[in-house]
Design a protein around this ligand. Sequence first.
Ligand SMILES: NC(=O)c1ccc[n+]([C@@H]2O[C@H](COP(=O)([O-])OP(=O)(O)OC[C@H]3O[C@@H](n4cnc5c(N)ncnc54)[C@H](O)[C@@H]3O)[C@@H](O)[C@H]2O)c1
Length: 84
Amino acid sequence: MPNRLQSKVAIVVGAGSIGPGWGNGKATAVAFAREGAKVLCADINLAAAEETASIITQEGGKAKAIAAVVVFGGIVVMGGNPLR
Ligand SMILES: NC(=O)c1ccc[n+]([C@@H]2O[C@H](COP(=O)([O-])OP(=O)(O)OC[C@H]3O[C@@H](n4cnc5c(N)ncnc54)[C@H](O)[C@@H]3O)[C@@H](O)[C@H]2O)c1
């Protein structure tokens, strides 16, 4: 991978997946991490965000999961941890 996002932080909303497969947000979060980004995985379903973050960290990337709901462009953070 060319690391086009090295030293960048990406915030991906809807970063989980409803089912066991790969939704768009989950795939985007992992793809960004594979490009070197630190990824904040935000999802209304914290467990789904954590599952995506776990894939990233197991691959050696950096990710944090937060519970967040996105409504009309506004983000209401319900809980989470800062990226380091
Ligand atoms: N996956 C595909 O191939 C595909 C193709 C065409 C259209 N779509 C459409 O794209 C949309 C997403 O589907 P998907 O399969 O990519 O992903 P998905 O439905 O598996 O996952 C979406 C994630 O977004 C989260 N989410 C939903 N509303 C949210 C909100 N307001 N704030 C924060 N998180 C929220 C859900 O908890 C879930 O984890 C759906 O409307 C789907 O119909 C998907």
